[in-house]
Design a protein around this ligand. Structure first.
Ligand SMILES: [Zn+2]
Length: 621
């Protein structure tokens, strides 16, 4: 709502500016056309010099500067004014050959012989001094100050995104942009472009035939000043982000951490990644091509938002919540398990050895497959609904209320929906009225067609931490001032399961860490609640998943960790999540041995831990 109001405000402001600029343009036309006539008589020329504003800065949640600007210069050319250039000298200054020189000049001439074009973009400050001294020797060339995006820490490349020259399509669509202007292309640079970019200004100066600056045109009467972009206050803890990227060294996967009470994203790690400085300035094109060509590490793929995994056993918590909501499950419900759950034709969903029967807390703690197959079956076969399809539709609606199967609406481009299969999909796949609870039983243990992103998993964890609600996960908390919170992100989304059904699930998750499937995630000083998962991967080794939050009461951090091709959830994802929680809550990590083992693990092309490979026991799931 506040955003709508703010938008309306901008709309009105924009309209006023538009009217003003039409008047101004008209005024300009009359004035300058007359002046031009006088000028041409003296062989003087006007040069319209765009004043580029500094882009807004980005700070982390503790005020640490993460994204800033550094001075850079564009070498401009006005082809008509170029006088028999000493090509060799300029070429050596720029480090290009004569052929390249001619082709650039030709390109500029094709654009306009009279208007300036960029000859060499974003020359760094170090390389500029040299050029500046000699520039008077080259009529038709001049430099224009620009800025270069810089990153204080070589992390969070996907979250920050990058800027680049506005494309012809953008320019055709939006009159603000001119050739050579920069625009946010991905990450928060894109989603907050209008806030970050500021407002361009214009200076008009008079130059004589010898390319000498004769001063402002009409004492700067028509000049406009550039207005700097607005700073952003991010939700990220840059130290935590850095630590997460370190832990994910030589691993494919992601770590997403959220502050449950606010929906603020504490870190958004996707691995492998790259140094964001690689995509800044005139080295961007070359580096981008190299990153794009890397088919082993695929560093441009943002797994946190775009990779979809079956959630594995973490999804049993959904069964536990929806089952209670539907009245087919209570904390006291007990089911037996003899190494699995029979699904007919002599087949079964296998389980590991454990005491039997178990109640709900025990089933979460040991991650019993049979228990949750029965819970899921009782939800879908519930006689309160006229048939499987209706019961499934209702189940799906409740599941989707957790933010699964649709975009959560993070303030960053590229988020995917994930997948909670529609009844129509099963109708098509199995035939209308040809599917039953047993047909789709793999959903009970988070397998089958389910597709969930790491962001959705972290949000799920935050929802349990909050006992039934979440705020849209976001990367920017305030614009302009530290306390100017973005209204849209303060809304609470209540899920379709009553808050009273959460505490038993929380209890089960606490037991997972103290005495269940993830004792490796235990932290002496803080009570961590967690759930392991193993996502089946038809293309290779299974993916290791862990979701957690801590402390148990008044939680400060909720997290999801996915390690691809890493086997059981308990092996890699759980210890990594635990280290992240320790880092965030305690600021330093004491368990150096665990830390070392996690950082050192190479799951991409290193030798995999053979003991783990041999371990066929499902008890780790
Ligand atoms: Zn079992």
């Amino acid at each position: 709502m506040e955003r709508v109001l703010a938008f309306r405000k901008y709309l009105i402001l924009g309209f006023i500016l538009l009217i003003a600029s039409i008047f101004l343009a008209r005024f300009f036309y009359v004035q300058i056309m007359v002046d031009k006539y006088i000028l041409s008589a003296n062989n003087n020329v006007l040069r319209y010099m765009t004043q580029y504003p500094a882009r807004g800065l980005v700070f982390d949640r503790y005020g640490e500067l993460m994204v800033y600007n550094e001075a850079a210069y564009d070498l401009m050319v006005i082809p008509k004014q170029v006088k028999k250039p000493d090509t060799a000298a300029l070429c050596s200054l720029l480090g290009i050959d004569a052929e390249e020189f001619r082709s650039r000049l030709q390109k500029a001439r094709a654009f306009s012989p009279y208007r300036p074009s960029i000859f060499e973009a974003q020359i760094t400050r170090e390389n500029f001094g040299f050029l500046e001294e000699k520039l008077f020797l080259f009529p038709g060339f001049y430099v224009q100050p620009r800025t270069l995006r810089k990153y204080s820490f070589p992390v969070a490349a996907h979250a920050f995104g990058y800027i680049g020259e506005a494309s012809p399509e953008v320019i055709a669509r939006n009159p603000y942009y001119r050739p050579g202007d920069y625009i946010g292309i991905s990450g928060i640079e894109k989603s907050y472009e209008e806030v970050l970019r500021g407002q361009k200004g214009m200076k008009i100066r008079v130059f004589d035939v010898l390319n000498r600056d004769k001063g402002s045109f009409r004492d700067g009467k028509y000049d406009t000043t550039a207005v700097a972009g607005i700073d952003l206050y991010a939700t990220m803890d840059v130290q935590l982000q850095q630590y997460g990227e370190l832990l994910m060294t030589n691993k494919k996967g992601s770590i997403v951490a959220i502050e449950p009470s606010t929906g603020e994203i504490l870190c958004l790690v996707t691995s492998p990644s790259y140094d964001p400085n690689l995509l800044s300035g005139n080295i961007r094109k070359k580096n981008y091509a190299a990153l794009l060509a890397d088919s082993v590490y695929v560093p441009l793929f943002n797994r946190a938002l775009m990779a979809m995994y079956p959630p594995g056993s973490t999804f049993k918590l959904v069964d536990a919540l929806v089952g209670q909501q539907e009245g087919v499950l209570t904390p006291e419900t007990r089911y037996g398990c003899q190494l699995g759950f029979a699904i007919g034709n002599g087949k079964k969903v296998a389980c590991h050895p454990h005491p039997s029967p178990l109640d709900l807390i025990g089933a979460i703690q040991t991650s019993c497959n049979a228990y949750f197959c029965r819970v899921f079956k009782s939800i879908i076969d519930n006689h309160a609904y006229p048939g499987t399809r209706k019961a499934y539709e209702n189940w799906r609606k409740e599941v989707m209320s957790f933010g699964f199967g649709k975009k959560l609406g993070i303030d960053m481009p590229g988020e995917l929906n994930g997948n909670i299969p529609s009844p129509a999909y099963y109708d098509k796949y199995h035939g209308v009225n040809r599917w039953r609870s047993m047909t789709i039983i793999s959903l009970a243990i988070g397998q089958g067609e389910l597709g969930i992103t790491p962001l959705q998993l972290a949000n799920f964890s935050a929802t349990i931490a909050n006992r039934g609600w979440f705020r849209t996960p976001h990367l920017i908390r305030a614009i302009g001032k530290k306390d100017s919170l973005i209204g849209e992100f303060t809304t609470r989304h209540q899920v379709a399961v009553d808050p009273r059904y959460f505490e038993v699930v929380v209890e089960g998750m606490a037991n997972v860490v103290t005495a269940g499937t993830a004792t490796g995630a235990k932290l002496d000083s803080v009570e961590i609640c967690g759930k392991t998962g193993t996502a089946q991967n038809p293309h290779g080794k299974n993916h290791s998943i862990f979701i957690a939050f801590a402390p148990r009461n008044n939680p400060k951090i909720a997290i999801s960790v996915v390690c691809e091709n890493a086997g059981f959830g308990a092996t890699w994802a759980a210890p990594i999540a635990s280290l992240m929680i320790e880092k965030y809550l305690k600021r330093t990590v004491k368990r150096k041995d665990v830390e070392e083992r996690m950082i050192g693990g190479n799951l991409i092309n290193g030798k995999y831990d053979d003991d783990q490979r041999k371990q066929r026991d499902l008890s780790q799931d």
